[in-house]
Design a protein. Structure first.
Length: 296
């Protein structure tokens, strides 16, 4: 066998094993983008915690008002990314948290996880950004979006993102906060939203395990979000919604049967017909139902 054939064979094998989940191998020198240098920048530090930022600037109005421009040049918040757009369930959005709280940041781009992966530390310079209350969940973005039925906040332009989002080390562990459905249902949603939680001894409703995360094919084609119901194993079950975007790459997967543990980002949406409390998984590995039996 010639050296050329050996080289091509090895390259093809590596491509299949390592790069198949991406767009495929078309060049020998294709490389997966990295988040960049795994170091923290010098000369930048947070000036307030996320909780302090919310207390000063976040006025919950449940989406009834326009996004508000932030003008204070001294406000810098720091957090670790707890959810990215790798699976598509967070679409053009990243979520970050510190020890005091969490928030979501909209960015006008896709494949954000190349630069902003889960576990990356970031500093957000809030001057020039807009703050918005999306039905009870705080969002930051780059402009006022009037294209829809109601005002919303549009994503930070990719060209401007490096000015507002300073990246640091990556691979930082994000430890979930262990909680219960009941605790989230009665939570102070302003303080607890957009953080990563773990809930044990839960299961999906039987009707949802017979369908898909986005309900049906029509929702997936229209990129419509959908809620399935999560119940705990209490004698009288407590329930909450698990939200899935039609853009998620697992949209047409079936919710797991059995019961066990689930991880996800908690949010609040005042206008939901299936409950205000919502959990969004990053991908299906957040659903860890190791017991094949249902608890009800």
């Amino acid at each position: 066998m010639s050296l050329t054939i050996i080289k091509n064979t090895i390259t093809a094998a590596i491509c299949i094993v390592l790069l198949a989940p991406l767009s495929g191998c078309v060049k020998d020198n294709f490389t997966v983008p990295s988040p960049g240098a795994n170091i923290n920048p010098t000369g930048i530090h947070s000036t307030m915690t996320i909780k302090e930022f919310k207390q000063r600037y976040y006025v919950p109005v449940l989406g009834k008002a326009l996004p508000t421009l932030l003008t204070d040049s001294n406000v810098i918040i720091e957090g670790v990314i707890n959810a990215d757009d790798r699976s598509g369930n967070f679409y053009k959005t990243i979520s970050l948290q510190d020890s005091t709280g969490g928030l979501q940041l909209k960015i006008a781009g896709t494949n954000l996880y190349y630069t902003y992966p889960i576990g990356r530390r970031v500093w957000i310079k809030t001057q020039g950004l807009y703050i918005f209350d999306y039905g009870g969940t705080l969002e930051l973005g780059g402009y006022i979006d009037l294209s829809g039925t109601y005002p919303s906040v549009g994503g930070v332009a990719l060209s401007n993102a490096p000015n507002s989002i300073i990246t640091g080390e990556w691979g930082v562990p994000v430890k979930p906060i262990v909680t219960t459905i009941n605790a989230l249902n009665f939570a102070n949603y302003v303080d607890m939203q957009s953080m990563l939680y773990e809930i044990d001894d839960v299961e999906f409703s039987p009707q949802d395990t017979a369908g898909y995360y986005v309900g049906n094919l029509s929702n997936e084609l229209l990129k419509t979000s959908f809620n399935v119901i999560l119940n705990d194993c209490a004698a009288t079950p407590n329930s909450m919604s698990v939200r899935t975007s039609g853009y998620a790459n697992f949209a047409m997967a079936q919710p797991a049967k059995g019961h066990g543990t689930i991880l996800g980002i908690y949010s609040y949406y005042a206008y939901s017909s299936s409950g205000n409390t919502q959990l969004t998984i990053r991908d299906t590995t957040d659903v860890r139902f190791t017991n094949p039996q249902r608890c009800h």
